[in-house]
Write a protein that binds this ligand. Structure first.
Ligand code: GLU
Length: 302
């Protein structure tokens, strides 16, 4: 049985780009008779707010994007992340890092346009640490990626096809726990997808480059990685991925102007599921869903 998920970070009101990713994930799962869960990725205590999570759920309900399981809050799942971190430490893969900027960004999913730097191994020690207790608590923790040929991770994206990424060149050793103890996105997402039985991940293609990291982490922890299918991005008039800054596409503004079915119908048209813009409910879109119709190029909505 297919099990998909929507995993938003409650750091602002949902915008059209979030709804787009949620809708395509929901339709993919529903068209296969699978189940869909909701996970609130509130792993950064400084940026996450319960009020945003509440609005997010209200918006999903208003749109008719129903979930079968959850909401699961990452903030309540520390014990799981810690247990799996212990395993990585036991494999000699974790070391402390005192470099700062990347540490701050680690809880957020690394969207492609965010301009992240590749970590060159500044703090990488020769020796390894055998237990979590042996690691300093005032440092970020990084996980080693393999070097040489083993650094190549290949996978078949459900929509963008065959991908091969060299982890050493694409990201380098990555953060699994922030200096202040917050769990990094990569570790939390892999542990959660595995423990929650998620076997299909549909999300924006700006997270395509996170997939090899997640596959590597999943394999190292003995999990089977989910199947990833990335979708094109919605772009604003400046050609940038829609973000929380594009206020006109926030659900607050959209709900004042349109009905739920008008919004979904517009998204379905952009997804190539209909040949003209018409108001359609989420349920009505299920039989129309077809991966072959979804474009691969990003879509300008500005
Ligand atoms: N929580 C992430 C975000 O909102 C998405 C994670 C994912 O889909 O893997 O950017």
């Amino acid at each position: 049985m297919v099990r998909g998920r929507f995993a938003p970070s409650p750091t602002g009101r949902m915008h059209l780009g979030n709804v787009w990713a949620a809708l395509l994930s929901w339709l993919s799962v529903r068209s296969q008779g699978g189940s869909w869960l909701l996970r609130i990725e509130d792993n950064d205590p400084q940026r996450s707010r319960q009020a945003w999570a509440d609005l997010l759920m209200q918006d999903l309900e208003w749109l008719g994007l129903t979930w079968d399981d959850g909401p699961f809050y990452q903030s309540a799942r520390s014990a799981f992340y810690e247990a799996y971190l212990e395993r990585l430490v036991g494999q000699g893969l974790v070391y402390p890092c005192y470099c700062t900027r990347a540490d701050i960004l680690a809880t957020q999913a690394p969207h492609e346009s965010d301009g992240r730097v590749v970590y060159k191994g500044t703090c990488r020690p020769k020796d390894s640490f055998a237990t979590l207790d042996a690691l300093p608590s005032d440092a970020a923790l990084r996980m080693r990626v393999p070097t040489g040929a083993q650094s190549l991770i290949g996978f078949e994206d459900g929509h963008y096809g065959c991908q091969t990424v060299n982890l050493e060149q694409a990201c380098g050793d990555f953060i699994v726990r922030r200096k202040d103890g917050a769990w990094a996105y990569q570790l939390a997402v892999v542990v959660d997808d595995a423990l929650m039985g998620v076997n299909e991940v549909v999300r924006g293609r700006d997270l395509l480059l996170s997939s090899p990291q997640q596959i590597y982490l999943a394999r190292t922890l003995g999990f089977v990685a989910p199947r990833f299918s990335h979708v094109p991005l919605l772009l604003n008039e400046a050609g940038q991925r829609l973000s929380k800054r594009d206020r006109s596409t926030h659900m607050e503004a959209l709900r004042r102007q349109y009905t739920a079915n008008e919004i979904l119908g517009r998204l379905a048209f952009w997804a190539g599921l209909t040949d003209r813009v018409q108001a359609l409910s989420a349920e009505e879109l299920i039989p129309l869903f077809d991966w072959n119709k979804i474009p691969r190029e990003d879509i300008s909505v500005g």
